[in-house]
Design a protein around this ligand. Structure first.
Ligand SMILES: Cc1cc2nc3c(=O)[nH]c(=O)nc-3n(C[C@H](O)[C@H](O)[C@H](O)COP(=O)(O)O)c2cc1C
Length: 341
Protein backbone atom coordinates (compact mmCIF):
# COMPACT_ATOMS: atom_id res chain seq x y z
CA UNK A 1 0.00 0.00 0.00
CA UNK A 2 1.46 3.36 -0.95
CA UNK A 3 1.68 6.49 1.10
CA UNK A 4 -0.91 9.07 0.14
CA UNK A 5 0.84 12.42 -0.08
CA UNK A 6 -2.50 14.19 0.15
CA UNK A 7 -3.54 12.70 3.47
CA UNK A 8 -0.93 14.79 5.19
CA UNK A 9 0.37 12.02 7.45
CA UNK A 10 3.90 12.98 6.67
CA UNK A 11 6.93 12.17 8.79
CA UNK A 12 8.50 15.30 7.33
CA UNK A 13 7.90 17.57 4.37
CA UNK A 14 10.01 18.66 1.43
CA UNK A 15 8.21 21.79 0.31
CA UNK A 16 4.64 20.73 -0.37
CA UNK A 17 5.53 17.07 -0.57
CA UNK A 18 4.92 14.83 2.41
CA UNK A 19 7.46 12.08 3.02
CA UNK A 20 6.14 8.93 4.67
CA UNK A 21 9.11 8.01 6.88
CA UNK A 22 12.24 9.60 8.30
CA UNK A 23 14.48 7.18 6.46
CA UNK A 24 15.53 7.60 2.83
CA UNK A 25 17.74 5.75 0.36
CA UNK A 26 20.92 7.55 -0.74
CA UNK A 27 21.94 8.06 -4.34
CA UNK A 28 24.72 5.57 -5.15
CA UNK A 29 26.16 5.72 -8.64
CA UNK A 30 26.24 2.31 -10.25
CA UNK A 31 24.03 0.90 -7.49
CA UNK A 32 20.68 2.66 -7.00
CA UNK A 33 19.33 1.62 -10.38
CA UNK A 34 15.61 1.78 -11.07
CA UNK A 35 14.98 -1.82 -9.99
CA UNK A 36 16.75 -1.31 -6.66
CA UNK A 37 14.91 1.95 -5.95
CA UNK A 38 11.54 0.36 -6.70
CA UNK A 39 12.17 -2.47 -4.27
CA UNK A 40 13.51 -0.18 -1.53
CA UNK A 41 10.46 2.03 -1.90
CA UNK A 42 8.11 -0.93 -1.72
CA UNK A 43 9.76 -1.95 1.54
CA UNK A 44 9.00 1.50 2.95
CA UNK A 45 11.86 3.89 2.13
CA UNK A 46 10.49 7.43 2.51
CA UNK A 47 12.38 8.63 -0.55
CA UNK A 48 14.67 6.93 -3.01
CA UNK A 49 17.14 9.05 -4.97
CA UNK A 50 18.43 8.28 -8.44
CA UNK A 51 22.11 7.89 -9.19
CA UNK A 52 23.63 11.25 -10.03
CA UNK A 53 22.83 12.29 -13.57
CA UNK A 54 25.20 14.60 -15.45
CA UNK A 55 22.91 17.47 -16.38
CA UNK A 56 24.41 18.18 -19.82
CA UNK A 57 24.47 14.51 -20.84
CA UNK A 58 20.89 14.10 -19.69
CA UNK A 59 19.64 17.03 -21.73
CA UNK A 60 21.65 15.93 -24.77
CA UNK A 61 19.84 12.61 -24.53
CA UNK A 62 22.72 10.31 -23.69
CA UNK A 63 21.17 6.90 -23.10
CA UNK A 64 23.04 6.14 -19.88
CA UNK A 65 22.00 9.44 -18.30
CA UNK A 66 18.38 8.92 -19.32
CA UNK A 67 18.41 5.46 -17.80
CA UNK A 68 19.81 6.75 -14.52
CA UNK A 69 17.05 9.34 -14.29
CA UNK A 70 14.31 6.82 -15.01
CA UNK A 71 11.57 6.72 -12.40
CA UNK A 72 8.83 4.53 -13.79
CA UNK A 73 6.85 2.98 -10.97
CA UNK A 74 8.43 5.22 -8.35
CA UNK A 75 6.50 7.84 -6.40
CA UNK A 76 7.73 10.25 -5.26
CA UNK A 77 10.56 10.11 -7.77
CA UNK A 78 13.75 12.03 -6.93
CA UNK A 79 16.33 12.78 -9.62
CA UNK A 80 19.79 13.87 -8.58
CA UNK A 81 21.53 16.19 -11.03
CA UNK A 82 25.24 16.96 -11.18
CA UNK A 83 26.87 19.79 -13.08
CA UNK A 84 28.53 23.16 -12.85
CA UNK A 85 26.77 25.15 -15.56
CA UNK A 86 23.50 26.89 -14.64
CA UNK A 87 22.23 26.57 -18.22
CA UNK A 88 22.47 22.77 -18.25
CA UNK A 89 21.26 22.55 -14.66
CA UNK A 90 18.12 24.51 -15.54
CA UNK A 91 17.45 22.51 -18.70
CA UNK A 92 18.00 19.25 -16.87
CA UNK A 93 15.70 20.27 -14.01
CA UNK A 94 13.01 21.17 -16.53
CA UNK A 95 13.38 17.86 -18.34
CA UNK A 96 13.41 15.84 -15.11
CA UNK A 97 10.22 17.51 -13.95
CA UNK A 98 8.56 16.91 -17.31
CA UNK A 99 9.62 13.26 -17.05
CA UNK A 100 7.92 12.82 -13.69
CA UNK A 101 10.42 13.89 -11.01
CA UNK A 102 8.72 15.09 -7.82
CA UNK A 103 11.97 16.45 -6.37
CA UNK A 104 15.19 17.62 -8.03
CA UNK A 105 18.31 17.11 -5.92
CA UNK A 106 21.60 18.83 -6.77
CA UNK A 107 24.84 16.98 -6.07
CA UNK A 108 27.32 19.11 -4.13
CA UNK A 109 28.97 16.23 -2.33
CA UNK A 110 30.59 13.89 -4.82
CA UNK A 111 34.35 13.76 -4.14
CA UNK A 112 35.36 11.97 -7.36
CA UNK A 113 38.05 13.78 -9.33
CA UNK A 114 36.16 13.21 -12.55
CA UNK A 115 33.31 15.21 -11.04
CA UNK A 116 35.24 17.77 -8.97
CA UNK A 117 37.69 18.29 -11.84
CA UNK A 118 34.68 19.30 -13.91
CA UNK A 119 33.96 21.66 -11.05
CA UNK A 120 30.82 19.89 -9.95
CA UNK A 121 29.99 17.72 -6.93
CA UNK A 122 31.82 18.75 -3.78
CA UNK A 123 33.99 21.26 -5.67
CA UNK A 124 30.93 23.49 -5.52
CA UNK A 125 31.52 23.85 -1.80
CA UNK A 126 34.68 25.79 -2.70
CA UNK A 127 32.76 28.34 -4.68
CA UNK A 128 29.45 29.15 -3.12
CA UNK A 129 28.70 31.71 -5.82
CA UNK A 130 28.67 29.01 -8.50
CA UNK A 131 26.68 26.79 -6.13
CA UNK A 132 24.20 29.63 -5.68
CA UNK A 133 23.88 30.18 -9.42
CA UNK A 134 23.10 26.48 -9.93
CA UNK A 135 20.45 26.40 -7.22
CA UNK A 136 18.88 29.58 -8.52
CA UNK A 137 18.78 28.21 -12.06
CA UNK A 138 17.19 24.93 -11.04
CA UNK A 139 14.59 26.60 -8.83
CA UNK A 140 13.63 29.07 -11.56
CA UNK A 141 13.34 26.29 -14.16
CA UNK A 142 10.99 23.91 -12.41
CA UNK A 143 7.94 23.86 -10.20
CA UNK A 144 8.92 20.93 -7.99
CA UNK A 145 10.98 21.20 -4.79
CA UNK A 146 14.75 21.49 -5.25
CA UNK A 147 17.04 19.96 -2.64
CA UNK A 148 20.82 19.86 -2.23
CA UNK A 149 23.14 17.10 -1.04
CA UNK A 150 26.46 18.28 0.39
CA UNK A 151 29.34 17.33 2.64
CA UNK A 152 30.51 19.18 5.78
CA UNK A 153 32.88 21.20 3.60
CA UNK A 154 35.88 20.76 1.35
CA UNK A 155 38.30 20.11 4.22
CA UNK A 156 38.65 20.63 7.97
CA UNK A 157 39.64 24.25 7.38
CA UNK A 158 36.47 25.06 5.47
CA UNK A 159 33.45 23.52 7.12
CA UNK A 160 30.97 25.69 5.29
CA UNK A 161 27.93 23.42 5.12
CA UNK A 162 25.93 25.74 7.44
CA UNK A 163 26.63 28.69 5.16
CA UNK A 164 25.77 26.78 2.01
CA UNK A 165 22.58 25.53 3.66
CA UNK A 166 21.63 29.09 4.68
CA UNK A 167 22.14 30.30 1.14
CA UNK A 168 20.15 27.36 -0.16
CA UNK A 169 17.24 28.06 2.15
CA UNK A 170 17.22 31.76 1.25
CA UNK A 171 16.98 30.85 -2.43
CA UNK A 172 14.07 28.48 -1.87
CA UNK A 173 15.74 25.07 -1.57
CA UNK A 174 13.34 22.85 0.39
CA UNK A 175 15.69 20.41 2.17
CA UNK A 176 19.39 19.63 2.42
CA UNK A 177 21.20 16.37 2.99
CA UNK A 178 24.56 16.49 4.73
CA UNK A 179 27.06 13.64 4.55
CA UNK A 180 29.07 14.05 7.74
CA UNK A 181 32.51 14.00 6.13
CA UNK A 182 34.61 16.55 4.29
CA UNK A 183 35.51 16.08 0.67
CA UNK A 184 39.14 15.48 1.59
CA UNK A 185 38.09 12.57 3.77
CA UNK A 186 36.48 10.84 0.80
CA UNK A 187 35.07 7.82 2.67
CA UNK A 188 37.78 7.58 5.35
CA UNK A 189 37.25 8.05 9.07
CA UNK A 190 33.79 8.08 10.58
CA UNK A 191 30.94 10.38 9.65
CA UNK A 192 30.63 13.20 12.18
CA UNK A 193 26.91 13.38 12.97
CA UNK A 194 27.34 16.09 15.61
CA UNK A 195 28.77 18.46 13.01
CA UNK A 196 25.58 18.03 11.00
CA UNK A 197 23.75 19.62 13.95
CA UNK A 198 25.41 22.93 13.05
CA UNK A 199 23.55 22.80 9.74
CA UNK A 200 20.28 21.83 11.44
CA UNK A 201 20.67 24.86 13.72
CA UNK A 202 21.41 27.17 10.82
CA UNK A 203 18.24 26.52 8.80
CA UNK A 204 14.55 25.83 9.29
CA UNK A 205 14.18 23.53 6.26
CA UNK A 206 14.57 19.78 6.91
CA UNK A 207 18.13 18.50 7.16
CA UNK A 208 18.73 14.88 6.28
CA UNK A 209 21.75 13.35 8.01
CA UNK A 210 23.91 10.90 6.11
CA UNK A 211 26.98 8.76 6.60
CA UNK A 212 27.63 5.41 8.27
CA UNK A 213 24.07 4.71 9.37
CA UNK A 214 23.92 0.93 9.17
CA UNK A 215 21.31 -0.09 11.74
CA UNK A 216 18.29 1.05 13.71
CA UNK A 217 20.54 1.90 16.64
CA UNK A 218 22.75 4.03 14.40
CA UNK A 219 19.70 5.85 13.05
CA UNK A 220 18.51 6.85 16.51
CA UNK A 221 22.02 7.91 17.52
CA UNK A 222 22.50 9.85 14.30
CA UNK A 223 19.22 11.75 14.69
CA UNK A 224 20.00 12.58 18.27
CA UNK A 225 23.49 13.86 17.50
CA UNK A 226 22.58 15.67 14.29
CA UNK A 227 19.15 17.03 15.26
CA UNK A 228 18.20 16.16 11.68
CA UNK A 229 14.71 15.50 10.36
CA UNK A 230 15.63 12.20 8.75
CA UNK A 231 18.48 9.82 8.00
CA UNK A 232 19.77 8.79 4.58
CA UNK A 233 21.17 5.30 4.15
CA UNK A 234 23.52 4.27 1.38
CA UNK A 235 25.98 1.40 1.51
CA UNK A 236 24.24 -0.49 4.30
CA UNK A 237 21.17 -0.98 2.11
CA UNK A 238 23.05 -2.77 -0.66
CA UNK A 239 21.93 -6.40 -0.50
CA UNK A 240 19.26 -5.32 2.00
CA UNK A 241 16.80 -3.03 0.21
CA UNK A 242 14.34 -3.59 3.07
CA UNK A 243 16.69 -1.93 5.61
CA UNK A 244 15.69 1.67 4.83
CA UNK A 245 12.00 0.91 5.43
CA UNK A 246 12.80 -1.03 8.61
CA UNK A 247 14.70 1.95 9.98
CA UNK A 248 11.80 4.22 9.03
CA UNK A 249 9.37 1.99 10.95
CA UNK A 250 11.60 1.96 14.02
CA UNK A 251 11.96 5.75 13.95
CA UNK A 252 8.17 6.03 13.81
CA UNK A 253 7.83 3.75 16.83
CA UNK A 254 6.26 1.00 14.76
CA UNK A 255 7.11 -2.68 14.99
CA UNK A 256 9.99 -3.64 12.74
CA UNK A 257 9.25 -6.60 10.55
CA UNK A 258 11.94 -8.79 9.06
CA UNK A 259 10.80 -9.77 5.57
CA UNK A 260 10.27 -13.50 5.18
CA UNK A 261 12.72 -15.68 3.29
CA UNK A 262 10.21 -15.79 0.44
CA UNK A 263 9.92 -12.00 0.30
CA UNK A 264 13.70 -11.59 0.29
CA UNK A 265 14.06 -14.20 -2.43
CA UNK A 266 11.42 -12.49 -4.53
CA UNK A 267 13.11 -9.12 -4.05
CA UNK A 268 16.53 -10.42 -5.11
CA UNK A 269 15.05 -12.16 -8.15
CA UNK A 270 12.96 -9.14 -9.12
CA UNK A 271 16.09 -7.00 -8.86
CA UNK A 272 18.16 -9.37 -10.99
CA UNK A 273 15.50 -9.68 -13.64
CA UNK A 274 14.91 -5.95 -13.52
CA UNK A 275 18.58 -5.33 -14.28
CA UNK A 276 18.52 -7.71 -17.25
CA UNK A 277 15.54 -5.93 -18.69
CA UNK A 278 16.85 -2.41 -17.93
CA UNK A 279 20.35 -2.87 -19.31
CA UNK A 280 19.97 -5.85 -21.59
CA UNK A 281 21.42 -9.27 -20.88
CA UNK A 282 25.16 -8.63 -21.21
CA UNK A 283 25.45 -5.32 -19.35
CA UNK A 284 22.69 -6.37 -16.94
CA UNK A 285 24.67 -9.44 -15.85
CA UNK A 286 27.76 -7.34 -15.29
CA UNK A 287 25.86 -4.64 -13.43
CA UNK A 288 24.13 -7.23 -11.26
CA UNK A 289 27.34 -8.72 -9.88
CA UNK A 290 27.84 -6.28 -7.02
CA UNK A 291 24.21 -6.66 -6.04
CA UNK A 292 24.32 -10.46 -6.15
CA UNK A 293 27.47 -10.49 -4.01
CA UNK A 294 25.74 -8.17 -1.56
CA UNK A 295 22.59 -10.32 -1.42
CA UNK A 296 24.75 -13.38 -0.76
CA UNK A 297 26.69 -11.58 1.97
CA UNK A 298 23.53 -10.26 3.60
CA UNK A 299 21.98 -13.73 3.57
CA UNK A 300 25.08 -15.15 5.18
CA UNK A 301 25.02 -12.39 7.81
CA UNK A 302 21.44 -13.44 8.53
CA UNK A 303 22.38 -17.02 9.27
CA UNK A 304 23.78 -18.93 6.30
CA UNK A 305 22.92 -18.20 2.68
CA UNK A 306 25.14 -19.19 -0.19
CA UNK A 307 28.23 -21.32 0.18
CA UNK A 308 31.52 -19.84 -0.98
CA UNK A 309 31.21 -21.76 -4.24
CA UNK A 310 27.67 -20.50 -4.82
CA UNK A 311 28.72 -16.91 -4.14
CA UNK A 312 31.54 -17.26 -6.64
CA UNK A 313 29.14 -18.72 -9.19
CA UNK A 314 26.69 -15.87 -8.57
CA UNK A 315 29.24 -13.20 -9.37
CA UNK A 316 30.94 -14.95 -12.28
CA UNK A 317 28.21 -16.74 -14.16
CA UNK A 318 27.09 -15.40 -17.51
CA UNK A 319 24.02 -17.63 -17.37
CA UNK A 320 20.97 -16.00 -15.78
CA UNK A 321 19.42 -19.39 -15.07
CA UNK A 322 22.45 -20.35 -12.93
CA UNK A 323 22.22 -17.12 -10.93
CA UNK A 324 18.46 -17.50 -10.54
CA UNK A 325 18.77 -21.07 -9.29
CA UNK A 326 21.21 -19.93 -6.59
CA UNK A 327 19.07 -16.93 -5.66
CA UNK A 328 16.04 -19.20 -5.27
CA UNK A 329 17.80 -21.03 -2.42
CA UNK A 330 19.68 -18.13 -0.88
CA UNK A 331 17.33 -17.18 1.92
CA UNK A 332 15.68 -20.55 2.21
CA UNK A 333 19.01 -21.93 3.36
CA UNK A 334 19.41 -19.17 5.91
CA UNK A 335 15.85 -19.69 7.04
CA UNK A 336 16.26 -23.42 7.44
CA UNK A 337 19.46 -23.06 9.39
CA UNK A 338 17.89 -20.53 11.72
CA UNK A 339 14.88 -22.77 12.23
CA UNK A 340 17.16 -25.72 13.02
CA UNK A 341 19.29 -23.74 15.48
C1 LIG B 1 29.46 3.57 -4.77
C2 LIG B 1 28.96 4.90 -4.30
C3 LIG B 1 28.32 5.74 -5.19
C4 LIG B 1 27.85 6.99 -4.77
N1 LIG B 1 27.20 7.79 -5.67
C5 LIG B 1 26.67 8.96 -5.24
C6 LIG B 1 25.90 9.77 -6.12
O1 LIG B 1 25.66 9.44 -7.28
N2 LIG B 1 25.41 10.95 -5.63
C7 LIG B 1 25.64 11.36 -4.34
O2 LIG B 1 25.18 12.42 -3.93
N3 LIG B 1 26.35 10.60 -3.49
C8 LIG B 1 26.85 9.42 -3.91
N4 LIG B 1 27.52 8.64 -3.03
C9 LIG B 1 27.59 9.04 -1.61
C10 LIG B 1 26.42 8.43 -0.84
O3 LIG B 1 25.18 8.95 -1.28
C11 LIG B 1 26.54 8.71 0.66
O4 LIG B 1 26.63 10.09 0.85
C12 LIG B 1 27.76 8.03 1.27
O5 LIG B 1 27.94 6.72 0.79
C13 LIG B 1 27.66 7.99 2.81
O6 LIG B 1 26.50 7.29 3.20
P1 LIG B 1 26.55 5.75 3.68
O7 LIG B 1 27.60 5.66 4.75
O8 LIG B 1 25.17 5.47 4.22
O9 LIG B 1 26.90 4.92 2.49
C14 LIG B 1 28.04 7.40 -3.44
C15 LIG B 1 28.70 6.56 -2.55
C16 LIG B 1 29.16 5.32 -2.95
C17 LIG B 1 29.84 4.42 -1.95
Amino acid sequence: MGFDQNLGVAAFRVGGLGVSTRSVLAPLSGVTDLAFRRIAQRFGAGLVVSEMVASDEYVRGRAEARLRAEGEGISPHVVQLAGCDPYWMAEAARLAEASGAAIIDINMGCPAKKVTGGYAGSALMRDLDVATALMRAAIAACGVPVTVKMRLGWDEASLNAPELARRAEALGVKAVTVHGRTRQQFYKGGADWARIAEVAQAVAIPVIANGDVTSIGDAFACLEASRAAAVMIGRAAVGKPWLVGQIGSALAGRAVREPSAVEKTEAAIEHYQGLLSLFGREIGIRHARKHLAAYADAAREAGAGATGAERLALVTTTEPRVALAILERLYEAAHELRAAA
